[in-house]
Design a protein around this ligand. Structure first.
Ligand SMILES: Cc1ncc(C[n+]2csc(CCOP(=O)(O)OP(=O)(O)O)c2C)c(N)n1
Ligand SMILES: [Mg+2]
Length: 283
């Protein structure tokens, strides 16, 4: 029998508490990026409210035993959002807070693109369009095993251009995987510019709905709206759930929000103090 603590991560649906968690996540993101001087900071800040809701209002997990068989799974297919995931894992006590200082360093478990060898990281993302395929397989497998664990996949607007995403979407609705939730981060950016210029995906919520998913679209920084959307997903049977979240890259740090190219950023050593000040002023 496992000697690891069976204590569950405590959950809350209090928006004030979740907002506090989101601010902590953003502080962690800035700290990680400042040490290394660069990173996917825009994504980490942009997804903080969503991750705060997932980790602290929804996910059934045991911080001391991240491999617990009945855990809810959170799959990050966009490995480059690892900075945001590490912030959530540290905040949840799954990895040590002090380890965040190693983000992006040689030999660190916190590589810039999150690898599944890190505790709490379910899949190695990075090759885009493969997260939902694995999420569907996991959700089917868990159902076959008679487990009621849920599976969440955070994917990006860029990943909505991948054929494998839509093949998985079809399979999930065919099999009625109602314990599967796709969270689609629409930050209106991909490495080469806005999706509308690269390969348009709108109206993206209509597409998920047309594939048979219970679909909602919410402001990804509106915590009460996010809580309500996740609650609706939890309580609507028979179909997989898509929650399309509109987010702003760099959210909370005005200097980053206003950058035109935000996919991967380098910040001069002198500018981090301003970033920290802007985050504190926004909270
Ligand atoms: C299959 C695949 N094709 C291309 C890439 C290169 N790539 C890395 S990130 C990225 C942008 C993807 O869009 P999105 O995740 O929306 O980017 P962001 O919002 O973080 O800018 C691309 C094309 C990749 N990692 N995998
Ligand atoms: Mg994007």
């Amino acid at each position: 029998m496992s000697q690891l603590s069976a204590e569950l991560l405590p959950l809350t649906r209090d928006p004030v508490a979740i907002r506090g968690r989101a601010l902590s996540l953003r502080r962690h993101v800035l700290r990680m990026a400042e040490i290394v001087g660069q990173g996917y900071v825009g994504q980490g800040l942009g997804i903080a409210d969503v991750l705060a809701v997932v980790y602290f209002a929804e996910l059934r997990t045991r911080p001391a035993d991240p491999g617990w068989s009945d855990r809810d799974r959170f799959l990050l297919s966009i490995g480059h959002y690892g900075i945001g995931l590490y912030a959530a894992l540290a905040e949840a006590g799954i990895i040590p807070l002090a380890e965040l200082d190693t983000y992006g360093a040689d030999g660190s478990r916190l590589e810039m693109s999150a690898p599944e060898t890190t505790p709490g990281v379910e899949i190695t993302g990075g090759s885009l369009g493969h997260g939902l395929t694995q999420a569907v397989g996991m959700a089917l497998g868990l159902r076959l095993q008679g487990r009621d664990a849920r599976v969440f996949n955070l994917l990006s607007d860029g990943e909505c251009q991948e054929g494998s995403t839509w093949e998985s979407a079809l399979a999930a609705s065919h099999y009625g995987l109602d314990r599967l939730t796709a969270i689609v981060d629409c930050n209106n950016q991909q490495a080469d510019g806005p999706p509308a210029r690269v390969m348009g995906i709108e109206p993206v919520a209509d597409k998920w709905a047309a594939f048979g998913w219970h679909t909602q679209r919410v402001d990804g920084h509106d915590i009460p709206a996010l809580l309500a959307a996740f609650a609706a997903a939890r309580t609507t049977p028979g179909r997989p759930h898509a929650i399309v979240v509109d987010t702003l890259m760099g959210r909370g740090v005005r200097a980053f929000e206003e950058r035109e190219k935000n996919h991967f950023i380098r910040v001069d050593a002198d500018d981090w103090a301003l970033a920290r000040d802007q985050l504190e002023a926004s909270s």
